[in-house]
Design a protein around this ligand. Structure first.
Ligand code: AOF
Ligand code: ZN
Length: 367
């Protein structure tokens, strides 16, 4: 049985925000619950960048009755004129008496000013209720708003011996249905999905979101130094989502022209014959891609990890062992460390058991 308290309403606000993940672009997900005289009088969630913030929807629902109420908001109300007017002003104008906030807004345009505005207007403000959950929920937003580079989630599905295919290249399927379902939900929750050209040539994947209910397709991003992506591959021809190919400076101009004519956007990143992955992340950030799900092969995964470009890993393990030595590709292929104490180590580890599969997630830390 649940107890009615501040946490009860903040959890509701967080639940609403959680379900809107994937549809707000570079904006955060935010939930707001307005409570007065023991009853909920307004609920709101930010649904889409450029449209109303959570507080605005909730206060609109409260229809002028919010004076003296308590508003629970998962993120500090904004203080700036962005695509919409400041929520702090609206809360003040409505006569809200108390505002409970889960976490501060790291956006430099806000960063405490929203809280200050509310307090200056005489509103009782409490900050920090369920802060950790709120920050975890908006980890993509926090990274992007502070660095202008995308938050990268590396996903892999491997056998217990770390393989993503057998020595003959067979890989269907490694993980079970629940794990595969989660992967498609993860696709929905990222603005971009990234793979290497090797994966495109080997598997011709569509890299779309296929969930039980319709989901949003991420922009497909292919790392392809030499522009080897076949013109007849699904990511070029199926029109399911935009495709960006990231190539090196030296790649063939005629191939670029053919790909561009087929509707693909080709970006050149890095001076030499290989893609500069860090530069690629900055370019994608400029294009307002704030989050990327990396579904690479071992080499791309290893390179991104080694260069510190991965913000979270989500690793699915199936109870299988396929051996195969170097002929069977591994989830991570990089030179690696000499000593165990120098291993890439995960912080904030979360473990989820999915039937006979296991999902291990965490934030990788390089030594
Ligand atoms: C809130 N409530 O529901 C959201 C907030 O361009 P705009 O107007 O949508 O502003 C985006 C910024 O506003 C975003 O970077 C973040 O700082 C804040 N988002 N704030 O009070 C909301 N979505
Ligand atoms: Zn706002």
């Amino acid at each position: 049985m649940e107890v009615m308290n501040d946490e009860f309403y903040m959890s509701l606000a967080l639940d609403m925000a959680e379900r809107a993940q994937g549809q707000t672009g570079i904006n955060p997900v935010v939930g707001c619950v307005v409570v007065k005289d023991g009853a909920v009088i307004g609920l709101g969630t930010h649904l889409k960048r450029g449209t109303g913030h959570a507080e605005v929807h909730a206060l609109n629902m409260a229809a002028g009755q919010a004076a003296g109420s308590t508003a629970y908001v998962t993120l500090e109300p904004c203080s700036h004129y962005g695509k919409t007017p400041p929520c702090s002003e609206r809360l003040i104008a409505e006569g809200v008496a108390r505002v409970v906030i889960a976490c501060e807004d790291p956006n430099p345009q806000v960063a405490g000013r929203g809280i200050a505005m509310l307090r200056e207007a005489g509103i009782e403000v409490e900050v920090g209720l369920l802060r950790e959950r709120a920050l975890r929920l908006n980890e993509k937003f926090v990274k992007y708003i502070l660095t202008k580079r995308p938050f990268v989630t590396l996903k892999s599905a491997s056998t217990l011996d770390g393989k993503i295919a057998t020595r003959t290249g067979d890989s269907k399927w490694i993980s079970n249905e629940s794990a595969r379902g989660i992967v498609h939900t993860l696709r929905h929750r990222h603005q971009g999905i990234m793979a290497g050209v090797g994966t495109i040539i080997a598997d011709n994947p569509s890299l779309t979101t296929r969930t039980e209910v319709p989901g949003i397709n991420p922009v497909r991003i292919i790392i392809d130094s030499g522009l080897r992506t076949p013109l007849e591959s699904s990511v070029v021809t199926d029109g399911q989502a935009p495709t960006i190919i990231i190539a090196a400076e030296t790649a063939d101009a005629a191939k670029e022209e053919a790909l561009t004519a087929a509707g693909v956007q080709v970006l050149r990143c890095g001076a030499g014959p290989r893609v500069d992955l860090a530069a690629a992340m900055s370019r994608l950030g400029e294009l307002e891609i704030g989050s990327i799900l990396l579904e690479g092969g071992g080499i791309l995964n290893g390179a991104m990890l080694e260069q510190g470009l991965v913000d979270r890993v989500v690793l699915f393990f199936a109870p299988k062992i396929v051996g195969g030595g170097a002929a069977a590709p591994a989830a991570f292929a990089f030179d690696g460390v000499e000593l165990m104490r120098n291993a890439v180590t995960l912080r904030g580890v979360e473990v989820e058991v999915l039937g006979d599969n296991v999902c291990i997630s965490g934030i990788p830390e390089l030594v």
